[in-house]
Design a protein around this ligand. Structure first.
Ligand code: ADP
Ligand code: MG
Length: 388
């Protein structure tokens, strides 16, 4: 089941806290169609929302207390005092929702406390952004219940701040913006420099196509040093090239930039990925808007090669999905999310998806990998209130 049952979450809230929730909210996980590791380089991304969501039943409190419970973990209720919330104090899952409350209050929003119970159908650590779904559902619920009227893009910013500063995970702005701003039937073209967005219609079924998500079951951890190293390398590249961010290197200025970087081999690879990836996002947008959907396939596969060879964030399982799917007739495939595990996406003719799925399963079995989990992704709704 992809959507957590709303009524169940409300019932569990009542059983847990002995009171009525004020409402139930939902926020989705996402897959990124194209634009990987560009969001902390002021570049372009194009995620869409999954039907998989985190659903939270929430009641406002006025006594400065925050109570948190997740149906998905074997932990009891955590109770926190809002005045004691501080970055780095909480290494548990509760750092995500507590961080959101901290970020809201730090930005001057008068949050007075809450009881929260949640359940999620977003797989965690699969590169599908369960962390952003968790943050955004809490932020939206608190914004509604405290009548804060915070615009979606700003909610996303506050959630990113919670994750960066409170949790201590140096993520970009894509995941939170996707969860907060996506619309059903569309991918979200996001310029992470000014946070401007364009909804790009994406109705693959109407064209006889399907997009599969293949969860390799290899769990990444963002907090390990690799992500931070890539980020630092990108910043070094921008500094050496004298620009604010790698976004400022145009595609037709890439050769000159690479020449300028001389023997900085690692930085050159990172720069080449980011600059070509931004261009791939623009190509995909143009192709989709021109109705040439099938032609995005090779661009996705090109993006994977760049992440594997230049950015070096893939892993054998992700490469196996991509190589096998393409060899079995898929139009294109790539890893999605930060890398080092997590999920890949595969674009295929609807008539070929069984064949492709079976080929990937067989290749995983032959390699001795844990069996992957495959599901079809259809662009779903962004964060929303589901009941009063
Ligand atoms: P991803 O966002 O790719 O799923 P992250 O490492 O960024 O992976 O975030 C996963 C973490 O978010 C989990 O380890 C957990 O701390 C928290 N989390 C996500 N969903 C839930 C949930 N339903 N209940 C409790 N914690 C959750
Ligand atoms: Mg995450």
């Amino acid at each position: 089941m992809s959507t957590a049952p709303t009524a169940q979450v409300a019932d569990d809230f009542r059983a847990l806290y002995g009171t009525e929730p004020d409402g139930v909210w939902a926020a989705p996980g996402r897959v990124n169609l194209i634009g990987e590791h560009t969001d902390y380089n002021d570049g372009f991304v194009m995620p869409f929302a999954l039907p998989h969501s985190t659903v939270a039943a929430v009641a406002r409190r006025t006594d400065g207390r925050l109570r948190l419970h997740s149906a998905d973990l074997d932990a009891g209720v955590t109770e926190l005092d809002l005045d004691t919330l501080a970055p780095g104090t909480d290494r548990d899952w509760t750092a995500y929702p507590a961080g959101v409350v901290w970020a809201l209050r730090e930005a001057g929003h008068p949050v007075t406390g809450a009881d929260i119970h949640l359940a999620s159908t977003v797989p965690t650590g699969a590169g599908l952004s369960s962390s952003a779904a968790l943050e955004v559902v809490v932020a939206l619920a608190l914004s509604d219940l405290h009548a804060l009227g915070i615009p979606r893009w700003k909610l996303a910013r506050l959630c990113q701040r919670a994750e960066n500063v409170y949790v201590g995970a140096p993520t970009g702005i894509m995941d939170q913006t996707a969860s907060a701003c996506c619309e059903a039937g569309h991918a979200l073209f996001l310029d992470t420099r000014d946070l401007s967005t364009r909804q790009i219609p994406l109705d693959l079924a109407a064209e006889g196509l399907r997009l599969l998500v293949v969860d390799t079951r290899v769990r990444h951890t963002h907090s390990d040093g690799e992500y931070g190293k890539r980020r630092a390398g990108c910043e070094k590249g921008a500094a050496l090239l004298g620009v604010d961010a790698l976004r400022d290197i145009p595609y037709d200025g890439l050769d000159e930039a690479l020449a300028t970087l001389g023997d900085e081999a690692e930085v050159r690879r990172l720069v080449r990925h980011v600059v070509t990836e931004d261009q791939r996002v623009e190509r995909v947008v143009a192709l989709l808007e021109a109705g040439r959907t099938r032609e995005i396939g090779p661009v996705l596969t090109e993006g994977h090669a760049s992440l594997r060879d230049d950015f070096r964030v893939s892993c054998p399982e992700l490469d196996t999905v991509v190589d096998t799917a393409v060899a079995a007739g898929a139009l294109g495939a790539r890893m999605t999310g930060g890398g080092f595990g997590g999920s890949a996406i595969v674009l295929a003719e609807a008539t070929d998806t069984d064949l492709v799925t079976k080929a990937v399963e067989a290749a995983f079995a032959a390699a001795g990998f844990t069996a992957p989990r495959t599901f079809e992704a259809v662009p779903g709704e962004g964060a929303r209130r589901v009941t009063r």
